[in-house]
Design a protein around this ligand. Sequence first.
Ligand SMILES: [Zn+2]
Ligand SMILES: [Zn+2]
Length: 169
Amino acid sequence: MSDHQEHFQRFLDAGGFHATRQRLSAAALIFTVRGHHTLDELYDILRKNIPDIGKATLYRTLKLLTEAGLVLELHFNDRAARFEVVDPQKRHDHLICMNCGAVVEIQNRFFNTVKEQLSEEQEFVFTGHTQCLYGLCARCRGNENTTTDSAIFGRISTGGCCACNAYHE
Ligand SMILES: [Zn+2]
Ligand SMILES: [Zn+2]
């Protein structure tokens, strides 16, 4: 059993959630998927192995995995939530182009320094962190059809953020 799977089982037991066969097999498969996927994309991937899985079960499992800190819920430049399995070896943040939707994963050691400082100053213990930085990629900055700055800020403020757990279908 993988570390993630063990962690999930402990999380379910501790929270009094049912460790149903479907939840456990869905989680086991989700842990093998790399990248950022919407609920619909994950549903298509999982259905190949678990034909009788329901979308509601998958969504509930993703929510439990997010609560357990094993999956991140991210919001890029569209309304759909995207899910990514947390890999402690490859922690990263995301640069998101608001025009073309390009997503670049970055590993920034400065964030870690800032987090350490904040943790000390605020006596705050971090249990998780997701970061999406919004802007325009180099290609879109050179394109005159690209959305203007004010429109971009408008989209950012209405586009939801990583900390928001709202799910829009
Ligand atoms: Zn772009
Ligand atoms: Zn990522």
